[in-house]
Design a binder for this molecule. Sequence first.
Ligand code: UD1
Ligand code: MG
Length: 451
Amino acid sequence: MTGNAIVVLAAGKGTRMKSSLPKVLHRAGGRSLLGHVLHAARQLAPDRAVIVAGPGMDAVSAEARRIFPDVAVATQEERHGTAHAVSMAKSALADFRGTVLVLYGDVPLIAAETLMRLAGLAEEEGMAVLGFEAQNPHGYGRLIRNAAGQVVAIREELDASEGERALTLCNSGIIAIDAALLWSLLPKIGNANAKGEYYLTDLVALAAAAGRPCALATCPEAEVSGVNDRTQLAEIEARLQAAYRRLHMLNGATLVAPDTVFFSADTVLGQDVVVEPHVVFGPGVTVEDGVEILAFSHLEGSRIGRGARIGPYARLRPGAEIGREAHVGNFVEVKKAVIGEGAKANHLSYIGDARVGAKSNIGAGTITCNYDGFEKHLTDIGENVFVGSNTALVAPVKVGDGASIGAGSVITRNVPADALAMTRAELELREGWAARYRDIKAAKKAARKKV
Ligand code: UD1
Ligand code: MG
């Protein structure tokens, strides 16, 4: 086994996306398109990774670095075709020996197994292309084979004869090739074609002319469909979601209405998790065994302990850590907060930048006032604390274990363990007042009507 290097082409702005965001940074399944490609490629444990980005695409390099910290970024200042784009990666791979895989940043569903197959073929034969049978081959390069079935050329649609256009075996654009062969053939590619571009696909004919056959691997069309506009982005999203739903169900989660639940690529669900309809998992959610997530909840960047119950209508934001058997109920928002084992916040609360100790009860309408307009502050609630309804906890503030807070309080100082804290205007009672008020008002109304 020799090593692999990957080169990801991501210089396309994606004009048809009509977006200020580079195309490969658009997301599906909670992950950028580029992220999907790099995650698949990472499973090959490549020795090198190079991304070819357009000028000013710092966000693209940053995203690539999140996944491959030592990725090399090559900038393609002007687009002169796929071969020109690959040549931008040459200096980063100057001393690399092995197989180079060329991937597209906007073809996100490519499977790691397919890439491994392709790389394996290239290692044996020197070069391999990934083809697919297209339902509608329009716009794709066609794979031209000789009588022996070897791929001897790839013809772009615009340069193809009528006979060649009738072929349905198409080029995905993904290739694997021995590095030495790549760098020896690349300078020979010209731009005498309909687009006036340097086509990477010309490698195949050049190799054939030099007596080097090109191997062919195939995959289903769906795996290599690219994203050019937002309708295609939505199609990719739908395919990913269908796959995630299936995977989670087969792994032992109950999805009551699977088509209404949306996952992220990195969602982790334990066994016997029940997910009710209309739940959205943003990136970074881990759910332990036996958790129930009730309808219309939205979760991201959170960890949920065994046996906890979330929702309906709960919102867990990044940094929410929900302890075992804890309950987070309807219209409760939790952000960057640890909710202890068996603690409950069942109704209408905001718990942000906080710690809630085990078995504490957070009454309806409780708010942690974490932000003073400039900074965020911590609310630290101990164990077995009872927080009465409609309490405002003005952070930074600490409530000791076993303390009680009377409903409607505004807590601005620390509360010692086992104390009662209450801030409340005295209750005023006037016997018979409401009846008298009613009589006076009713009499006035009756008098007006007579006039
Ligand atoms: C390419 C293939 C075609 C294949 C099709 C599959 C060539 C010449 N043709 O055609 O055989 O069927 O993909 O979708 O390779 N890119 C750059 N810099 C450039 C040009 C392209 O980074 O200068 C990137 C694009 O952003 C894109 C990819 O390379 O991700 C493919 O380029 P595109 O212009 O879409 O090529 P196609 O004409 O679709
Ligand atoms: Mg294309």
